[in-house]
Design a protein around this ligand. Structure first.
Ligand SMILES: C[S@@+](CC[C@H](N)C(=O)[O-])C[C@H]1O[C@@H](n2cnc3c(N)ncnc32)[C@H](O)[C@@H]1O
Length: 277
C-alpha cells in the first residue's frame, strides 16, 4: 500500500498537473505543498473531484481529511473531523504493543487488551488485524469518534472487531487486562497555541489538549490503568516529548515498576512502558 506520509511511494502522475497543484498550495501558504500535491495527483479519482479536493487543501483543510482516508500500518482508515488524524508515531506505539503481546506466554486467545482513547480505532484495529486472538476493548469519551472507529472495523473486514465502549478513560471497564495501550491527549496549553492553524481549526481539541502541563489525562489514566491490569500486565502509552521525567514520577506514584521511556524514530522521548509488578 502506498504511504500517505511517504510521497516517494506514490504512483507517479503527469508532472505538470502535480507541479500546478504544488504552485497553488505554495501560493496559499499550505504546509508541505509538494507532499500534498503528490498525494493529490496520486489519488484515484476523476478531474472534477481532484479539483474539488485541491480547493479544500488550498483552503487549509488537512490533506487526510480532504482525501477522507489515511493509511495506518497495514490498514486504510476512513478519517474525518470526528477523530484525530492518526500520526506516524502512533504506528510505532502499535508496533510496541504488538511486540509486548507477542512476548506474552500462552495462547493469544487468553489475552485481554484495552485501547484507551481509540479515536479512529487505529491502534485497536491494527492490533486486532496483526495479532488476532485476544479480546480487545476500545474506549473513547467521544461517541462521534467511536462511530468512525466502528466504520473502520467494517471498512477493513474486522467487524465486529473490538468491544467499543463510550466512557471516561477506563470508567466501568472491569479487569484483568494483560495490556493497556493508549495515545491520550497530552498537548500543553502553550503547545496548543503554537500548533499549526489547520490542526487547531480542524482536529478535535479534546483529542489533543490536556491542560497547562499536558498531563491532565495521564494523571487520571495511570491509577485507572494500574487498577485494571492483572499482575505482570503492561501499560504502553504515547507521551509528549518533554514529559518523560514527569511521567516516570507519575508511573511510580501509581504503583508501576520496570519503567522505560522509549524514543520514536525522530529520536524524541515518546513512549512510556511500565509493568504492574
Ligand atoms: C490523541 S487522541 C488519540 C486517538 C487515536 N488513538 C490515535 O492515536 O490517533 C486521544 C483520544 O482520546 C479521547 N479522549 C479524550 N478525553 C478522553 C477521556 N476522558 N476518556 C476517554 N477518551 C478520551 C479523544 O476523544 C481522542 O479520540
Amino acid at each position: 500500500m502506498s504511504d500517505i506520509r511517504n510521497p516517494e511511494s506514490c504512483r507517479e502522475h503527469p508532472g505538470e498537473k502535480r507541479a500546478g497543484f504544488e504552485r497553488r498550495f505554495r501560493a496559499a501558504g499550505i504546509a508541505w505543498p509538494e507532499y500534498c500535491a503528490r498525494w493529490l495527483a496520486a489519488e484515484r479519482c476523476g478531474g472534477k473531484r481532484r479539483e474539488a479536493l485541491a480547493r479544500k487543501i488550498e483552503s487549509g483543510e488537512p490533506l487526510a481529511y480532504a482525501l477522507g482516508h489515511v493509511p495506518f500500518r497495514e490498514l486504510d482508515l476512513g478519517i474525518d473531523r470526528r477523530a484525530l488524524i492518526p500520526r506516524p508515531e502512533t504506528e510505532e506505539l502499535a508496533g510496541l504493543a504488538l511486540e509486548a503481546l507477542r512476548g506474552m506466554p500462552g495462547p493469544p486467545e487468553r489475552r485481554r487488551v484495552v485501547d484507551v482513547g481509540t479515536g479512529s480505532g487505529c491502534v485497536a484495529l491494527s492490533l486486532a488485524h496483526e495479532f488476532p486472538g485476544p479480546a480487545y476493548v476500545a474506549t473513547d469519551a467521544s461517541s462521534a469518534a467511536l462511530e468512525l472507529a466502528r466504520e473502520n472495523a467494517v471498512r477493513n473486514g474486522l467487524d465486529p472487531g473490538p468491544e467499543w465502549r463510550e466512557t471516561d478513560l477506563l470508567a466501568g471497564i472491569e479487569g484483568a487486562f494483560d495490556l493497556v495501550v493508549s495515545n491520550p491527549p497530552y498537548v500543553t496549553t502553550a503547545e496548543w497555541e503554537a500548533l499549526e492553524p489547520s490542526v487547531r481549526k480542524y482536529e478535535p481539541a479534546a483529542a489533543l489538549r490536556a491542560g497547562a502541563d499536558g498531563l491532565d489525562l495521564i494523571r487520571r489514566l495511570l491509577p485507572a490503568a494500574h487498577a485494571v491490569l492483572g499482575s505482570g500486565g503492561v501499560l504502553l502509552m504515547e507521551i509528549g516529548a518533554g514529559q518523560a521525567d514527569a511521567v516516570r514520577g507519575l508511573l511510580r506514584a501509581a504503583g508501576f515498576g520496570r519503567i522505560d521511556v522509549i524514543r520514536d524514530r525522530a529520536g524524541k522521548d515518546r513512549f512510556a512502558r511500565a509493568h504492574k509488578t
